[in-house]
Design a protein around this ligand. Structure first.
Ligand code: MN
Length: 232
């Protein structure tokens, strides 16, 4: 038996101490900061957390130039804290949830907002608005043994040096423990999974040439530059 074509190579994310973290799946939490839920036109009523997924191959390292994606006129940044899962499990208990975390990183949930909103209005899946090439820039992963667990501290995003998002991790409606508990009831979480924990208020559009930087206290920044428009 021969392979019909080359399989996708593994997606590897760099850690702060020189290891490689094999990426398995991405879970992204929606509306996890009250002020962002309001700016999206929703009540932050603390419904159970909800999420969507992205392909592992959407991960690109900090420092990348990412193409302005096709089909959108409203390409948005969402700065987020990312949780890297190091140990799998199903129906994880809240007291044990943080034992499943390998570490934390800064990241971006890049979004074709016009396509997301069109899908939302029509009751369709969000995939075309959220899951596309280079849609999940990721900074270095810092291990829990290096930085501990992150439940408070500043999360900030700048575009061309101007502060656009400025909040605190303690504003998360559903903290990391609760998110792990909830996802693990729907799926078996696996080592290599990444959880993009949601974005604070202040999301907005970028254009080719813009530079985005996401900072979280204790972690390495994620920095990307928006490149030219991708060929449709
Ligand atoms: Mn998001």
């Amino acid at each position: 038996m021969t392979l019909l074509f080359d399989p996708q190579p593994p997606v590897l994310a760099a850690t702060s101490d020189g290891h490689q973290f094999p990426v398995r799946r991405l879970y992204c939490i929606g509306r996890n900061y009250a002020a962002h839920a309001r700016e999206m036109g929703m009540d932050p009523d603390r419904d159970p957390p909800f999420y969507f997924t992205k392909w592992a191959e959407t991960v690109v390292p900090s420092g990348s130039v990412i193409a302005y994606p096709p089909l959108t006129q409203d390409y948005h940044f969402e700065g987020e804290m990312v949780v890297a899962i190091g140990k799998g499990g199903r129906n994880i208990a809240r007291e044990a949830a943080l034992d499943h975390v390998y570490g934390y990183a800064t990241g971006l949930d890049m979004t074709r907002r016009d396509l997301q909103f069109e899908a939302r209005e029509k009751g369709r899946p969000w995939s075309v608005g959220k899951n596309f090439e280079q849609a999940a820039p990721l900074g270095l992963i810092h291990s829990v043994s290096e930085v501990g667990h992150l439940s408070s501290g500043p999360i900030r995003l700048t575009v061309n040096g101007e502060v656009r998002q400025d909040a605190d991790l303690s504003d998360l409606l559903w903290p990391v423990e609760d998110v792990i508990v909830h996802i693990s009831q729907a799926y078996r979480l696996e080592a290599g999974d990444l959880i993009y924990t949601g974005t604070p208020a202040g999301v907005g559009a970028v254009v080719p040439g813009d530079e985005i930087v996401v900072s979280i206290g204790g972690l390495t920044d994620t920095q990307v530059t928006i490149g030219p428009r991708a060929a449709a």
